[in-house]
Design a protein around this ligand. Structure first.
Ligand code: ADP
Ligand code: ZN
Ligand code: ZN
Length: 801
């Protein structure tokens, strides 16, 4: 789809009928492009010259009127090119394959019939082609070219044949399950390198569920696999007819036993939500439920009720990899009615899930951010779990916020929106306070379990007393020992992956920085390289300072990798594991570790905020937070909110089972309100305090905010764009009520992924007015010929670094 900002008008030839929501192919300048039909009128607006559409790509609309409207809203509100919005909404490969087939023309038929008649010019060897077509009816261009290379061109030229283009539904490619026929062949058996890789991959995996994964990991193709099959070394078996991959959930996640009896708070909330659902009116409810209050059970029952009413349900979660237990519960309760939509699916799987939903076969969708566009008809409820999570915000065009789009979607469908969290975003809680959202509360944990007790460890004092900078205080060390002695599980949260934060030269004070980003490289021990956490750049570890050639290089700060090593040294008999993005990248590892931890095969789990998100590990009774305060130093107005959320969520992992939990928070800022109030688990007090700051500084949610970044691969380019932006924005500040512009200034990350960045922050008392300003800015930039990639417009930014 073309990334256009504006819509275009085309003529529809009489031979086509089009409906809104269908994809069409159209001429665009000198090329062909795919577009979505927004409106079909009976006549062109006066004075408009239009070209004709070339083809209709879908037999039925891919976007329902509701989703079309949602797309238009996103394009408008987030000032995103409409084409990019639709592209984001339709994660589809084209469903139709273009096929060209050839049949005899009337002339060709005459020719064929007339061959024996006198006076006819002989058709030569083309006769063969013509009779071939006459018996078969039609054939593909490709086949005819192969069979009759010269005759085909002659037949075309003489118009004896006609070529027709048509659409054909893509055939499903077969999927095989693969297994070794016998034991892994001896090393001395002669095999090609490809065959060796396949055998090796199979040997490691046992069997392969899906040959495509196998071929991918063995860097092989189907032909190589077929050869192995022919030689009798492997067996192929067609796997599930429709090729749907049922998500693998370890058995440990599947709940069995008697259904739970709801707590009275759960019943009250469920009754209230059910009433809203049955009213068939749009309404947003913020469900503020403390950690372990049983929100998932409420969602599941609400969805069950929704299905009984003949409507469909959508639930968004921040990251599917993090929610094996939620996935298992959905599959157990709703079986084949469930479709999963998330980024770990292959293109084919996503395509298949999407169509199951579109055809109405799946009525419950569980997915991540972009699942908000799932083509569910007759939507009854949209649930956004952990609504405060920043992964709902898309950090590339279209820069939409999945939670906010979910609410708009519910409005368009006259459905119920439920936003759930133990630590609601300030925006959502403010909306509840203002009466825009209804507030529902689950103030206590299930079964009368207590929230964990939180103790703050003052690391300034620790340093004064020990004079060493160890990541683990004496207090935490002692507590972990006690845990281990009692056979209890512990989680350690640390907000930085890698081994050390950076490599510092003690002679000249330089740190090793990313060549693309204004940020220090993190040392990763496993790879023995320095890596950039923003762009992925990596560099070998120098033995001498590249700046001054000194050899006094020094690793500063503790990352998960180093802490894991340290704990393994401190407690040699203990089963220690680590969970962070580095681990998550290695396939299967992530689920395995979560599941082993749940089965208590791991005593000590060290990880980044990934381990703080929503997990339910009943065996964990101690959570240690090693560096609670990294976030507090960031130049982002949300840093206190983020820290509060992280600590509260981390604390929420402790004591979810029978035994009560404790939390130790190590910090250099023991008096900071975000830390103190998180320790008290006092959301209301934090909200009030933080709102005072936001009001004073005119930050969201009291004002609307947009982040505008001028960028370029050269600083002068970025400055040039920034000048244009300034020319437009600065006079506007004087003329418009309630608008305030900060900037231009270098962005906190002044260089990112090779681009220099100059920032403007625009605050406005009205969201609608701010959105209008941004649209005018985008138009102005287009007029000035500024390329779209040079100007980032981020409405309601979640991150202003
Ligand atoms: P939250 O998402 O609110 O943090 P969960 O939904 O993960 O909490 O629930 C925490 C635990 O409580 C889960 O193990 C769940 O099975 C259990 N649970 C939920 N409701 C009840 C109930 N009514 N009685 C007993 N246990 C419950
Ligand atoms: Zn140096
Ligand atoms: Zn970088």
């Amino acid at each position: 789809m073309a990334a256009l900002r504006n819509t275009l008008t085309y003529l529809v030839p009489d031979s086509f009928t089009v409906q809104p929501g269908q994809r069409v192919q159209v001429p665009l300048a000198t090329r062909k492009a795919t577009g979505i039909v927004l409106r079909a009128g009976s006549s062109l607006p006066p004075g408009i010259q239009a070209r004709s559409i070339l083809r209709v790509l879908d037999t039925e609309p891919v976007l329902t009127p509701e989703l079309l409207e949602l797309g238009l809203w996103i394009a408008d509100y987030y000032v995103a090119p409409i084409g990019e919005v639709f592209r984001a909404m339709l994660p589809l490969r084209s469903t139709m394959r273009r096929a060209r087939s050839v049949r005899l023309s009337a002339l060709g038929q005459q020719k064929l019939q007339g061959i024996n008649q006198p006076g006819q010019e002989p058709a030569g060897s083309a006769i063969e082609l013509l009779s071939y077509l006459a018996t078969r009816g039609s054939a593909s261009v490709q086949l005819l070219r192969q069979k009759f290379p010269e005759e085909f061109d002659e037949a075309l030229e003489k118009k004896w044949v006609v070529v027709e283009e048509f659409q054909r539904e893509r055939t499903q490619r077969e999927v095989f399950a693969v297994r070794l026929s016998g034991p892994v062949p001896e090393k001395n058996v002669r095999l090609s390198p490809v065959a060796k890789r396949i055998i090796e991959a199979l040997g490691a995996a046992g069997t392969a569920r899906d040959h495509r994964d196998l071929l991918h990991s063995a860097r092989a193709d189907l032909a190589a696999l077929r050869r192995l099959q022919a030689s009798g070394l492997v067996e192929l078996e067609p796997s599930r007819a429709e090729g749907r991959s049922t998500p693998q959930t370890p058995d440990s996640w599947v709940e069995t036993g008697t259904p739970l009896v709801l707590t009275s708070a759960q019943s009250t909330v469920l009754t209230d939500l059910t009433k809203q659902l049955e009213s068939r009116q749009f309404q947003t409810v913020l469900l503020h439920g403390v950690t372990g209050s049983g929100k998932t059970e409420v969602y599941l029952r609400l969805i069950a009720r929704c299905l009984e009413l003949g409507r469909t349900a959508l639930m968004l979660v921040p990251e599917i990899a993090l929610t094996p237990s939620v996935q298992a519960q959905f599959l157990t309760r709703f079986g084949s009615k469930v479709a999963l939509l998330h980024s770990a699916l292959s293109e084919n799987e996503r395509h298949e899930e999407w169509w199951r939903i579109r055809r109405g076969e799946a009525q419950v969708v569980l997915g991540t951010r972009s699942a908000v566009f799932a083509p569910l008809a007759n939507l009854g409820v949209v649930i956004v779990d952990e609504e405060h999570d920043t992964s709902y915000k898309q950090e590339e065009t279209p820069r939409y916020h999945g939670r906010d789009v979910a609410v708009v979607r519910a409005r368009l469908a006259a459905a119920l929106a439920v936003l759930g969290s133990a630590t609601p975003s300030l925006e959502s809680y403010w909306n509840a306070r203002e009466g825009k959202y209804r507030l529902a509360l689950l103030p206590e944990r299930v079964e009368g379990r207590k929230l964990a007790d939180v103790e703050i460890v003052d690391m300034r004092q620790e340093f004064r007393e020990t004079h060493t900078q160890v990541p683990v205080s004496r207090r935490l060390h002692q507590e972990i020992e006690a845990q281990l002695a009692n056979g209890q599980q512990t989680m350690i949260l640390l907000n930085r992956r890698g081994y050390s934060w950076f490599l510092l030269c003690r002679s000249c004070g330089q740190t090793q920085r990313c060549v693309n980003c204004s940020i220090s490289l993190t040392y990763h021990r496993r790879e023995h390289r320095l890596m950039c956490h923003y762009c992925g750049y990596s560099a070998p570890v120098p033995s001498r300072c590249p700046n001054c050639d000194s050899e006094y290089l020094y690793y500063v700060g503790e990352g998960t990798e180093r802490v894991e090593k340290k704990f393994a040294e401190l407690f040699p008999t203990v089963r220690v594991a680590r969970l962070d993005r580095d681990v998550a990248r290695r396939q299967g590892q992530f689920h395995r570790i979560l599941s082993e931890f749940r089965q208590r095969k791991i005593d000590l789990l060290i990880g980044t905020q990934l381990i703080a998100k929503g997990h339910d590990f009943p065996g964990v009774t101690l959570v240690g937070v090693v560096s609670a305060d990294i976030g507090l130093g960031l130049p982002d107005f949300r840093s206190a909110e983020r820290t509060f959320q992280l600590l509260t969520q981390a604390a929420g992992r402790a004591g979810r089972g029978e035994s009560p939990g404790r939390v130790l928070v190590q910090t250099f800022f023991p008096d900071h309100y975000a830390i103190r109030l998180a320790a008290e688990q006092n959301y209301e007090a934090f909200f009030d305090k933080e709102m005072r700051f936001r009001r004073m500084m005119h930050y969201p949610p009291v004002t609307a905010l947009a982040n505008v970044i001028a960028q370029g691969s050269k600083l002068e380019q970025a400055a040039q764009v920034a000048k244009h932006v300034g020319d437009f924005l600065i006079p506007l500040e004087q003329d418009t009520e309630g608008v305030k512009i900060l900037g231009p200034t270098p962005a906190p990350l002044a260089k990112l992924v090779g681009r220099f960045r100059i920032q403007f922050l625009i605050k406005c008392t009205s969201r609608a007015r701010l959105s209008t300003i941004l649209r005018r800015l985008a138009d102005y930039a287009d007029q000035q010929g500024i390329p779209q990639r040079s100007l980032v417009i981020d409405m309601d930014p979640s991150n202003i670094m």
